[in-house]
Structures are given as structure tokens and as C-alpha cells.
Design a protein around this ligand. Structure first.
Ligand code: AMP
Length: 218
């Protein structure tokens, strides 16, 4: 099952990707996570990417397309994959099609998580992320059992620098201008399914499982 999760920041793509990855045994490929790893390493690509990420701007297409293409060549993607936060521009979408085509593969479903601006802002400003395993929490909606500590791995929970309200508003604007045109792109390809990103994690998982069954993907 080759999936793309599309939608604004704060739509719950990361949280749902983690659930789907576990239930269906698929790799969760988040270009944001890969970029944050490079930033942590503090060299070359990371240094360049950090400037864009801290502002809530998109990292240049060539950089991200290279990262995604390399990741999709890894053997664990043979059984399928979940792309989270990629593609984010039409150029990235076209490049992805080209790369998958070369491998004799394609996208089965694009899940468009539609979410209101208010919900997205509330989710992102209250989000906490495990520094070690990347699992997402929310101070009100998905609180950890112990304050500041990840339930899964015991790692420390952090508030991402780009999850402050001003940067979140910029990320939402960038989404409107540069990523939203992909809805039309995938609608034309006939792969897009719209779901409500405002639903809770479990409720949405049930909706998606049903969708996969109907599409004979699971
Ligand atoms: P995310 O974790 O998906 O919210 O991504 C965090 C930041 O990483 C974004 O605000 C961008 O600066 C950068 N980023 C992640 N994925 C992409 C992408 N596909 N294209 C450009 N920039 C990206």
C-alpha cells in the first residue's frame, strides 16, 4: 500500500501515520523528521535547512526531492510506504511520480486531511514531541502519562521551535499558497480521498481502515 498523507500542518498526519505504520507494518516517511535529524547533526544540509524550517518556510524543492528519492530506494519500502509531509509542492509531486515510475510503482491513495485553521493552531501550539522516538503528544488532547516524558520510550518531550503561533500561521499560509494545489493534482489523477482531520485519532483510524478495505488495499 503506497500512501500519501496530505493536509495542512496540524491536521494530524504525523500522529495518524505512526498509527498506520504500526498497524500495517509500513515505513513512515516524514521529510520533516529526516530534515530535523540533519539539523541535529548540525552540518551541510542541516545548516541550510534550519533557516527555512525555523521561519516555517519550505526547504527548496531540489533538497527535499533528493531526500525523498533516496529514502524510497531503501528496501523496506518494497511492501509499501506512508509519505507524511511530502510532496508539498506541484514540482515535488511531479518529481515523485517520475521517481516512482522509474521503479515501476505508483501511488495507491492520497489521503487529504481537511482541517480548520482554529483546530490546526490549537493542535500545533499544544503539541509536544518526543525527542528520542518522535511520537506526538498534545498537552490537552493526548497528554503523556507522566508530564514531559514519552509513554513509549521514556524520552524527553519537547515543544518544536516552529510550533509557536506566529510560525504556525506562516506555515498555514505556505500550505495555502504552495501545497493546496496538490489537491487538484491528485484529484485529476483519481487517487485523492478527503477525510476530516478534525476527528480524534481512533475514530479517523476506523474511517481509514474502511477506506483501505473498500479500495482492496488491506
Ligand atoms: P513537518 O514536520 O512536516 O511539519 O515539517 C517541518 C518543516 O520541514 C516544514 O515547515 C519545512 O520547513 C520542512 N519540510 C518538511 N517537508 C518538506 C517538504 N516536502 N518540502 C519543503 N520543506 C519541507
Amino acid at each position: 500500500m503506497n500512501l500519501i498523507l496530505l493536509g495542512p500542518p496540524g491536521a494530524g498526519k504525523g500522529t495518524q501515520s505512526a498509527v498506520l505504520a504500526e498497524k500495517y507494518g509500513l515505513p513512515h516517511i516524514s521529510t520533516g523528521d529526516i530534515l530535523r535529524e540533519s539539523v541535529k547533526a548540525g552540518q551541510g544540509l542541516g545548516l541550510k535547512a534550519k533557516e527555512y524550517m525555523d521561519k516555517g518556510a519550505l526547504v527548496p524543492d531540489e533538497v527535499v526531492m533528493g531526500i525523498a528519492a533516496d529514502r524510497l530506494k531503501q528496501p523496506d519500502t518494497k511492501k509499501g510506504f506512508i509519505l507524511d509531509g511530502f510532496p508539498r509542492t506541484i514540482a515535488q509531486g511531479e518529481n515523485l511520480d517520475k521517481e516512482l515510475n522509474k521503479m515501476g510503482r505508483g501511488i495507491d491513495l492520497v489521503l487529504y486531511f481537511a482541517t480548520s485553521t482554529d483546530v490546526a493552531i490549537e493542535r500545533l501550539t499544544g503539541r509536544r514531541v518526543c525527542k528520542s522516538c518522535g511520537f506526538n503528544y498534545h498537552i490537552k488532547n493526548i497528554p503523556p502519562k507522566k508530564d514531559g516524558i514519552c509513554d513509549k520510550c521514556g524520552g524527553p518531550l519537547i515543544h518544536r521551535v516552529d510550533d509557536n503561533e506566529a510560525t504556525v500561521r506562516n506555515r498555514l499560509k505556505v500550505y495555502e499558497d504552495q501545497t493546496k494545489p496538490l489537491i487538484d493534482y491528485y484529484t485529476k489523477q483519481g487517487t485523492l480521498k478527503k477525510v476530516s482531520g478534525d476527528m480524534g485519532v481512533d475514530e479517523l483510524f476506523k474511517v481509514l481502515s474502511k477506506l483501505f478495505k473498500e479500495a482492496k488495499l488491506a
